[in-house]
Design a protein around this ligand. Structure first.
Ligand code: IPM
Ligand code: MG
Length: 354
């Protein structure tokens, strides 16, 4: 097959890890006779430096013209000034919204050989295999009114948590469809004891659930879910939740896997086009040193093969190569290796096992 993949390496360690993922995709293309064309674009802080905007129009146009976007990470101390008129993160939020990518899939399946990395006891992590589906284009991140005003009592800031029935229905529907291919349990996470938007969420989740008699639905409050992720994580199969709850719970869930550097994500909408990115950030403290772990980005490339290009067996090949490399003891510094591999060496170790 032929496909166009838009790369937005972004800031910090983004370019280093995206480069390794690209090499993996190139190796896959060569082995399987596919033709992948790569284009590269600015997004985030690097785009602010050059154009004064975090999502330049030609980056968005290229993303729309592509089959998939592979993103590194955005942000860094250079652009962190709270007074700054634009922030790198706005570019990420804008591209998600513009491409209509409302579903963010974050699979969490720790590698047994890395269990020692988790601060949790091994028995809390053994058998963990769940998928968080985070709503990505609604909720507190996008609701209006939003902003700051001056009042006689001082400044006032407002963010709005808003969801429509339609926005809830499509994401919960996806959760049930994916649960059908898994262990058939959906945990819908909300704060229905306090928030009106959560009471609507719970009602709609229940309605969707009745269309799937073979899938069990449970509702859980976000605070107790945060606790259960630490105490009983193996119980989860598919977790579906609103934007900000999902943001927070997935960083927490990454602790189960032992390193943020390992986890991939896929952001999907109605069509096949998706945006793929590791869940870690731009790690400015280690940027440019060649020690970042490219695994989360390479696994994101595997999700790209699966969801946007429909290449399931190639996706599995990449995931298998990652597992084999990790089991063989190929570890970067974040995995606590005594003799850590560099970013480039880790990429090569994975490619060698394709
Ligand atoms: C994530 C990140 C982003 C988010 C930031 C960088 C805007 O934390 O992808 O989880 O909050 O969505
Ligand atoms: Mg986050």
């Amino acid at each position: 097959m032929k496909a166009t993949i838009a790369l937005t390496p972004g800031d910090g360690i983004g370019p280093e890890v995206v480069h390794e993922a690209r090499l993996v995709l190139e190796a896959v293309a060569q082995k399987s006779g596919h033709e992948f064309r790569f284009t590269e674009h600015l997004l985030g802080g690097c785009a602010i430096d050059k154009y004064g905007t975090a999502l330049p129009a030609d980056t968005l146009a290229a993303a729309r013209a592509s089959d998939a976007v592979l993103l590194g990470a955005v942000g860094g101390p250079k652009w962190d000034d709270p007074q700054a008129p634009v922030r790198p993160e706005q570019g990420l939020l804008a591209i998600r919204k513009e491409l209509g990518l409302y579903a963010n899939l974050r699979p969490v399946r720790p590698y047994p050989s890395l269990a020692r990395l988790s601060p949790l006891k091994p028995e809390r992590v053994a058998g963990v295999d769940f998928l968080v589906i985070r709503e990505l284009t609604g909720g507190l991140y996008f609701g209006t009114p939003k902003g700051r005003t001056m009042t006689p009592e001082g400044e006032r800031a407002v963010d709005t948590l808003v969801y429509t029935e339609g926005e809830i229905r499509r994401i919960v529907l996806l959760a049930f469809q994916l649960a059908q291919q898994r262990r058939k349990l959906v945990t819908s996470v909300d704060k229905a004891n306090v928030l009106e938007s959560s009471r609507l969420w719970r009602k709609v989740a229940g309605e969707v659930g009745r269309q799937f008699p073979d899938v069990k639905l449970e509702h859980q409050l976000v605070d107790s879910c945060a606790m259960r992720l630490i105490t009983h994580a193996p119980q989860f199969d598919v977790i579906v939740t609103e934007n900000m709850f999902g943001d927070i719970l997935t960083d927490e869930a990454a602790v189960l896997a032992g390193s943020l550097g390992l986890l991939p994500s896929a952001s999907l909408g109605e069509g096949r086009r998706g945006l793929y990115e590791p869940i870690h950030g731009s790690a400015p403290d280690i940027a440019g040193r060649g020690i970042a772990n490219p695994t989360g980005t390479i696994l994101s490339a595997a999700l790209l093969l699966r969801h946007s290009l429909g290449l399931e067996s190639e996706a599995r090949t990449v995931e298998g190569a990652v597992t084999a490399a990790l089991e063989a003891g190929c570890h970067t510094a974040d995995l606590g290796a005594a003799q850590p591999l560099t970013t480039v060496q880790m990429g090569a170790a994975i490619r060698a096992r394709l």
